[in-house]
Design a protein around this ligand. Sequence first.
Ligand code: 26V
Length: 814
Amino acid sequence: MPTTNNPNHASDSLAARVERHLLHNVGVAPADAGTVDLMSAVSQVARAELSRRWVAGDSADRAAKARRVYYLSMEFLIGRSLGNALAALGLDSAAAGSVGDHARTLEDIQACEPDAALGNGGLGRLAACFLDSMASVGLPSFGYGIRYEFGMFAQSISGGRQIEHPDPWLEDGTPWEFPRPGVHYPVRFGGWVERAESPDAVPVWRHAGEVSAKAYDHVIPGHGTERVSTLRLWKAAAPAHIDLHAFNSGDYARAAEFKNQFENISWVLYPNDSTPAGRELRLRQEYFFTSASIQDILARHLAEHGTLANLSDKVAIHLNDTHPAIGVAELVRLLVDEHGFTWAAAWAMTQKTFSYTNHTLMPEALETWPVALMQQVLPRHLEIIFRINHEFLVQAQALRPGDMEFQRRLSLIDEGGERRVRMANLSIVGSHKVNGVSKLHSDLLVETIFSDFAALWPDRFTNMTNGVTPRRWLTQANPGLTQLIDSRLGTAWRRDLDLLRGLVAQADDPAFRAEFRAVKAHNKHRLAALIHKTTGVTVNPTSLFDVQVKRIHEYKRQLLNLLHVVTRYRAILAQPNAGWVPRVVVFAGKAASSYTTAKNIIRLIHDVGQVINHDARIGDKLKLVFIPNYGVSVAETIMPGADLSEQISTAGTEASGTGNMKLALNGALTIGTDDGANIEIRQNVGDDNIFIFGKKTPEVAAIRAAGYQPMRIYEGNPQLKAVLDSIAAGAFSPDEPARYRPLIDSLLWGGDHYLLLADYEDYVATQAKVDALYRDQEAWSRKAIANVAGMGPFSADRTIREYAAQIWHVAPQA
Ligand code: 26V
């Protein structure tokens, strides 16, 4: 009998609390509870406990007047929250028991939670891993973003083609958000700036429109600590007077339309990776969440300190790529226009407060906004940007007098053609630290796209190699391996991943290797079941599982992987009895909806799969599958089941990669290029435990400089020629033989920009080495274990500690 009516009374068993939530909050009799009801009730129990931790941490931080870090990001790819919350609370086994009473498995219950997919790819998932680590390391911290009504589109495949579906993840409500009706800020757009009479007077922005940003919080649990972090997401709402006015006049349709003009700001995530979408709505989204976040930061600071004079002593604001870069101008505006700062004081404060991470080198991915658009949407900010630019270029002129080219390159305004604001330049000028996301990437930033800035301010540039949270990507995703590691090393590695080094000694123990293989075999069965369920293809789980999962992009070279698959297919047909290592090649990933070539690659994967998977001569020797709708939850099943991790971008193009880390942490061996974090993975797992192939970054540059001729390579390699010819001739698209002509032509005649042909031979030869090693299962397991053992540095905890110590100067709290 419960002793209290409090639905979360600590002395109650979890099962009792779940039943009471079913009764009191979900509104069903426990005996009648369905899976979704149970999910909701278990979530509510966890939420209540997290809420308690949250309140405690928040009041401690306020009492301590703690310095805090604010991570501004357009994207947070959180995935599901229930499993992570239960693990953080140490309630996972109790929860399994409590739902077991209802004849359900915890896994089934968790599976009915939709993913919070508020991001495109690596940048968004990194932000989610960082939140986990900020909480677990104990940093007073907030993430700030947008509460998109529709997240990343759901992908299905029809006739080999990607179909995009809306993702109404909030449709049935989410137990994880805490609406904060009392927290809202006005965000203004458009209009003009009234010039002041006297030169000292503050200009007045006569805005044309206003939207209200309303706060919705998610509590981010820390692991092994009671500390939590906060993710505050903003929803756009029309200001109350708007609807009143229109509704009063009786024109409901017009009123609704008018309201939508404001509220559409937080409707949908831009499903576009790497190429800036030059759309006004995107600029409004960027300003919307950045302005609301900075207003919120200032309000919290003022409440605690009563002054903004010490803002940069207590506040670090981080720009996750350039998407929130308008925040630089916004902080200056708020300080000067609304808080009485002089220009000089505001600018000095701003530079001390911001820091910026760049996530891509691709020049076409650098955000710029037409000056004309910015004039229209954010006139006061444009004015501020012009002044920042003017003063900045005076500095540049002093360093290299008369060097107009230098100034032209540094300028915040691109004057070639339509004038545009360069958001990366604004971010660099407005920040005290700028970092890349792997050693190679950070070096290349300084040597290439940001070299002029590095000449001006060498100390501003630094590196913070990415990491991933071991809680989600090992403990939660791979319970089998977790148990095995616990049995040898204890459990402390969850919060100190360097302890995995202890596995090096275990690799010599045949019994450990056998257990390690048994875990992998189990995970491969799970992955095989997912493959069967989502593609209908039956695969043999004893095959080598060869996995490439990431956004579909030419630079990531899924097509190079496919050329190997076709090569292998032809070779098996030519020599069926050559002792082939059975392989299952797994792809997953979304293509940006407007990216035709990426969509063609998806279709080609399917067409090749159709032929190979139905060729009776091939059988289990080779299977090719594409798992639809790649996202956080799908990844949690794929990572543990992989044997081989494909990280094959053209050297110098992948800023870091984080899938490479997740796969190696789960005991996959990497076949990869000398690119991004692959290089550091190699250094940590050892040269003998990774397959590195292909041209290195300087070679790529040299080949391009010398005038790359892919046709020469084609003519000189009969195997490659046959593969390309077969695809181009329609061997995999007999119903439409010319379907892949354009794809092949882009390699042979279009310049093969990402050097697939240049790396093909080495790649195929390296794949043969993979086969040879896999035949020796003992040797393979040793290397797989060495990979897990070497992954300590790739914990996001390490990354976050580096950011905290070297960029944010924020101290972990007990
Ligand atoms: C750009 C745009 C442009 C407008 C439309 C929406 C949108 C979304 C994202 C981006 C930039 C994407 C950059 C990105 O995701 N970079 C990846 O960052 C990972 C984390 O640092 C890193 O591991 C990957 O190598 C890098 O590609």
